[in-house]
Design a protein around this ligand. Structure first.
Ligand SMILES: [Zn+2]
Length: 131
């Protein structure tokens, strides 16, 4: 699937990052099950641990809109950084192992991973119910 629309939206969302402490602005965009797009940007806080990543903002917006499945994610940053461990766990809740995770630099140069590559053997709801 062509993800140029997600890349463009993630780069645009990055402009709204609130990153006065790290200066590391990140934008994200996810495609929900219906094809709708949801964007996010990182939001930092003077109490540093309250900071939330762009990826989780985007996923939570999708979930709050009623979506329960994420098909693809683009993360845009100056260094095309992949999602942190906390975001990978959140993605594992709503994405399949073959979900595409695309990292982009400001010029739109990308690298693509699958969720399974970034968080293999993830803890999921299945473990809560299996006997
Ligand atoms: Zn993160």
């Amino acid at each position: 699937m062509d993800n140029q629309d997600l890349i463009a939206q993630a780069l645009q969302a990055r402009k709204n990052a609130y990153a006065p402490y790290s200066q590391f602005s990140v934008g994200a965009c996810v495609r929900g099950e219906s094809g709708n797009l949801y964007t996010g940007a990182n939001v930092e806080n003077a109490s540093y641990s309250l900071t939330i990543c762009a990826e989780r903002v985007a996923v939570f917006k999708a979930v709050a809109a009623g979506k329960r499945k994420i098909r693809a994610l683009v993360v845009a940053s100056s260094t095309a950084a992949p999602p942190c461990g906390a975001c990978r766990q959140v993605l594992a809740e709503f994405g399949d192992q073959d979900m595409q995770i695309i990292v982009s630099d400001p010029e739109g140069k990308t690298k693509t991973y699958t969720l399974g590559q970034l968080i293999p053997q993830s803890f999921t709801r299945d473990y809560l119910t299996k006997k």
